[in-house]
Design a protein around this ligand. Structure first.
Ligand code: KG4
Ligand code: ZN
Length: 333
């Protein structure tokens, strides 16, 4: 059994995985409501709320799994990337538990948690793939040869996909976090109503850029009445398709360039209904196998951290007790 904590941003989470990778229990205390009134995450408020929730979450996941602390073989926590004052809470708690129980500690990279999350459940063993990670802080394409064997193929030059969703949503007067709001509003909209830019679509580029989209939305929406029937839904559907088009195209391109037949998609944005639908259709046409992270394991959670820790632990890898947090921890050194 591995007990893992996740506190890199505004969700405090705890989970337990068996050493075979099976999920025993998982809980998340979301702070979204608290940060909504500020329109984004306030680091000091996040860290304070992690402190308030972390201990209860540990007790709850142990109770859910019917385990005692003594049954846990190792304690893990996200050590980066993320907000430094938030990361410190989970890492300090996991280290304290490890010291008290005389068990190993594992520092886990949050992005590796996302990257491996599509293999949780009944997806079968971890196997080579091209991975698209789309979260609030990152947009990356990674060539995955095995656990810990990663090559970065491309990333965003400016905003992450989730960040683009959130910033555009804010411009359209929608509450934080904006991604799920755009997803909801877009259902009633026409994706061809507005023509928003798609960056780096020509050639072989595997880079992303979403800052031009923000500017385009700002200018095109200036003369629009968002209260008029259909305008908001059309804007949301058009923005969503501009982002989804690029993500789908680049993932298929990366798979072709690397000669991989399996593609995986994870991170908060992979919850997006339109993205999931378009990926499914396109991969079927291209003859690619597609593994999507389960929606409840796509946004931040500790289950993916426990699962990643299990992979590391089974390979004999643990972390020293003085392992530090790193707000900019890279996936590929
Ligand atoms: O992976 P995640 O929970 O946190 C980070 O590691 O950043 O991703 C959060 C991001 C936010 O930007 C949020 O707006 C976006 O994922 N998101 C979505 C959807 N659900 C969450 N974006 C588009 N459509 C969704 N349904
Ligand atoms: Zn994340």
């Amino acid at each position: 059994m591995i007990l893992a904590l996740e506190s890199s941003c505004d969700e405090t989470a705890a989970a337990i995985c068996g050493l075979d990778g099976s999920l025993k229990s998982s809980r998340i205390a979301s702070q979204a409501e608290i940060h909504r009134k500020y329109g984004g995450v306030v680091p000091e408020v996040a860290s304070r709320n992690h402190i308030l929730h972390v201990r209860t979450l540990v007790e709850e996941v142990l109770a859910d799994a019917g385990l005692n602390l003594g049954d846990v073989h190792a304690f893990a926590a996200t050590s980066g990337p993320g907000l430094v004052s938030s990361l410190l809470i989970g890492v300090s708690m996991a280290k304290a538990l490890a010291v008290a129980e005389k068990k190993p500690f594992l520092a886990v990279n949050h992005m590796e948690g996302h990257l491996l999350s599509p293999f949780m459940g009944d997806a079968g063993p971890i196997r080579p793939n091209v991975s698209l990670i789309v979260s609030g802080g990152h947009t990356m394409l990674v060539d995955v040869r095995g656990v810990g064997e990663y090559t970065l193929l491309g990333k965003t030059r400016d905003d992450a996909a989730g960040e683009a969703f959130d910033k555009v949503a804010k411009m359209l007067g929608l509450p934080y976090p904006g991604g799920p709001e755009i997803d909801r509003q877009a259902r009633a909209g026409d994706p061809a109503a507005f023509d928003f830019p798609r960056s780096f679509m020509s050639g072989d580029s595997l880079e992303f850029s979403f800052s031009g989209l923000k500017t385009a939305v700002l200018y095109q929406m200036r003369d629009q009445d968002l209260q008029a029937p259909g305008v908001l839904a059309n804007a949301c559907a058009s923005v969503q398709d501009a982002i989804v088009d690029v993500l789908v195209e680049k993932l298929v391109r990366a798979a072709r360039l690397c000669g991989k037949s399996l593609v995986t998609v994870s991170g908060g944005v992979s919850c997006n209904r339109r993205l999931r639908q378009r990926l499914t259709e396109r991969c079927e046409r291209e003859g690619l196998d597609l593994l999507l992270a389960r929606p409840d394991l796509s946004t931040d959670n500790a289950a993916m951290i426990a699962f990643t820790a299990v992979q590391r632990f089974q390979r004999g890898q643990t972390s020293p007790m003085d392992a530090d947090v790193d707000p900019n921890l890279p996936l590929v050194a």
